[in-house]
Design a protein around this ligand. Structure first.
Ligand SMILES: N[C@@H](CCC(=O)N[C@@H](CS)C(=O)NCC(=O)O)C(=O)O
Length: 205
């Protein structure tokens, strides 16, 4: 399998961490929509990463669709998102908050890095950062009450990846130290190879 996308992308990193935790070998190609748009479009018509090329050449894109496939290959005993209710919908709720915050963080970052500084629209930036913050407050309370077991599941993977992304690309715009449970979650799991090897700070790509 080939995973397309840089680990600086939290969507790509959640797939990379999941592949490693599931012991599924893959080749990593750190291409981006900014530098390699024509190539990215050959895999995903929406021109976005991540995309995963399966061994038979089929391409899956959008991180959640990729992870759904990996869980089905892994089977109910090893899947990172439970197959059964009510745990599945409880975990999907956590993922909705984490991915919502991720989407809003990406929107805020684009506002900061894509525009000439004099055209930055502060109300829109603040709107997005406000939604990231309310997501972080909810996630922090969730993980303070449920710090997790011996192995990370998809709620932990995606939340750690979100937190690390924010700490890497916009530490000055968010008060990340205020989220003690999330900081502890990130510290705890970044000691594990799957997270450490893909960390956006230390990963070369
Ligand atoms: N919902 C998608 C989001 C993917 C996404 O936003 N990828 C970004 C990189 S972090 C991208 O390729 N952006 C390029 C663009 O939108 O032009 C997923 O979960 O995979």
């Amino acid at each position: 399998m080939i995973l397309l996308g840089r680990y600086l992308s939290p969507y790509t990193r959640r797939v990379a961490v999941s592949l490693k935790l599931l012991d599924m070998p893959f080749e990593h190609r750190p291409i981006t929509a900014w530098h390699n748009l024509d190539e990215v479009r050959q895999y995903n018509p929406a021109g976005r990463i991540p995309a995963l090329v399966l061994d038979d050449g089929e391409v899956i894109f959008d991180s959640s669709a990729i992870l759904d496939h990996l869980d089905h290959v892994a089977g109910p005993g090893r899947a990172l998102l439970p197959f059964d209710e009510p745990q599945r919908r409880a975990d999907l709720r956590v993922l909705a908050v984490a991915l919502g915050a991720m989407d809003k963080a990406a929107a805020a970052r684009y506002e900061l890095v894509m525009r000439p500084p004099e055209t930055l629209h502060k109300p829109w930036l603040d709107h997005n950062l406000g939604q990231v913050r309310s997501g972080l407050v909810w996630l922090d309370a969730h993980f303070a009450g449920a710090p997790g077991g011996e192995a990370p599941d998809q709620t932990v993977i995606t939340t750690v990846v979100l937190y690390d992304f924010l700490a890497t690309v916009m530490p000055d715009h968010l008060e990340l130290g205020a989220y003690a449970a999330l900081a502890a979650l990130s510290r705890r799991w970044n000691r594990m190879g799957a997270f450490a090897e893909t960390h956006p700070d230390t990963a070369t790509k």
